[in-house]
Write a protein that binds this ligand. Structure first.
Ligand SMILES: Cc1cc2nc3c(=O)[nH]c(=O)nc-3n(C[C@H](O)[C@H](O)[C@H](O)COP(=O)(O)O)c2cc1C
Length: 318
């Protein structure tokens, strides 16, 4: 993997970045680390089948970090051990999820208001495993100062990498990610800092790196809309020109990868979520999404995939 790719990461996104999607990203190339969707530590230590399924990955996805969430230090440390036993390259702690169900448990972004809880979770998780532990956080729950306090605690606890999505939880996905917070976090700490938020093109990825001084950039929604973004960014950083598959080939490949998944229900749902981003602006996209959303299995959708990109790589306002 090139040094440029090492600076790029695929964001964890529930319902989107399952094993098949991560393998799609690997097939296209240019990405350093990929992350699993978040997994509840409470469910994981109860041996929930669904949680185990979310952590399943193939060797060709490496390097891969598995993301866990929770507010109980024991459950988080035990979950980190499970992640290590599954052979993951690292474990990531979620301190960013703004969803009420998670925040109510004092987990996700709610952790950011409790430095004591963060310190005990980070310390126990780091001590419980020998693989690297990283942290992904929002700027704060309601105020954007929290990330600086928590970032320092993370660094002191032995966390190896911080990723900041610089919005508060109360902002949801509104407004713009405030990249100046990434620059400040980077300037205050020595641990590597990755910036995240609103990167949708290779040029913007390079702009984030340049503007903030961050060690790397993590890309989420922009990688679902455009899975070639890592290859394009790597090429831009390396000064080369990327060789990437066309969108029809990407859609076909993703469909094949999903058809090989063991749980057809999850696979169909991942495809539905994916098409919402990937076919936005594509001629015939709205019609395609309607058909996909009412389908009951991937076999049914396969001929529609073939039809969507035949003879066209057109974009409209669909
Ligand atoms: C549908 C969806 C699911 C997400 N799931 C997770 C998750 O499981 N864990 C996490 O840390 N962040 C999650 N996020 C947040 C993203 O990782 C990322 O921080 C956010 O989308 C901003 O980056 P972007 O502008 O590149 O998408 C999710 C975001 C979306 C849109």
């Amino acid at each position: 993997m090139s040094a440029a790719a090492d600076r790029l990461a695929l964001a964890p996104m529930a319902g989107l970045t399952g094993s098949a999607f991560r393998r799609l990203i690997r097939w296209i190339g240019g990405c350093g680390t990929v992350y699993t969707e978040f997994v509840s530590s409470a469910a994981l230590i109860r041996h929930s089948d669904r949680s185990r399924r979310l952590l399943r990955f193939e060797d060709d996805e490496r390097p891969i970090f598995c993301q866990i969430f929770g507010a109980d230090a024991y459950a988080m440390a035990e979950s980190a051990r499970i992640v290590e036993s599954l052979g993951a390259d690292g474990v990531d702690i979620n301190a960013g999820c703004p969803v009420p169900k998670v925040v109510k448990q004092n987990a996700g972004a709610a952790m950011l208001r409790d430095p004591g809880l963060c310190s005990s979770i980070f310390t126990r998780v780091v001590k419980s495993v020998s693989i690297p532990v990283s942290l992904k956080m929002r700027a704060g729950l309601g105020e954007a100062e929290a990330c600086f306090r928590i970032g320092r605690i993370a660094q002191e606890s032995g966390i190896c990498r911080l990723t900041l999505h610089p919005r508060t939880a109360s902002q949801g996905y509104g407004g713009r990610a405030d990249w100046s917070l990434i620059a400040r976090l980077k300037s205050e700490l020595t641990v590597p800092v990755f910036g995240n938020g609103d990167v949708t093109t290779a040029e913007q990825a390079v702009e984030l790196l340049t503007a903030t001084g961050a060690d790397g950039v993590m890309i989420g929604r922009g990688a679902v809309a455009n899975p070639t973004i890592f290859a394009e960014t790597s090429a831009l950083l390396d000064g080369g020109s990327p060789s990437v598959p066309d969108r029809g080939s990407i859609l076909r490949k993703y469909m094949l990868l999903l058809m090989g998944e063991e749980n057809p229900f999850d696979a169909l749902n991942h495809f539905k979520q994916f098409t919402a981003y990937f076919t936005k602006g594509v001629t015939g996209g709205a019609e395609f999404r309607r058909a996909v959303n009412t389908s009951h299995d991937l076999e049914e959708i396969s001929p529609l995939v073939e039809a969507l990109f035949v003879g066209a790589h057109q974009h409209s306002s669909a």
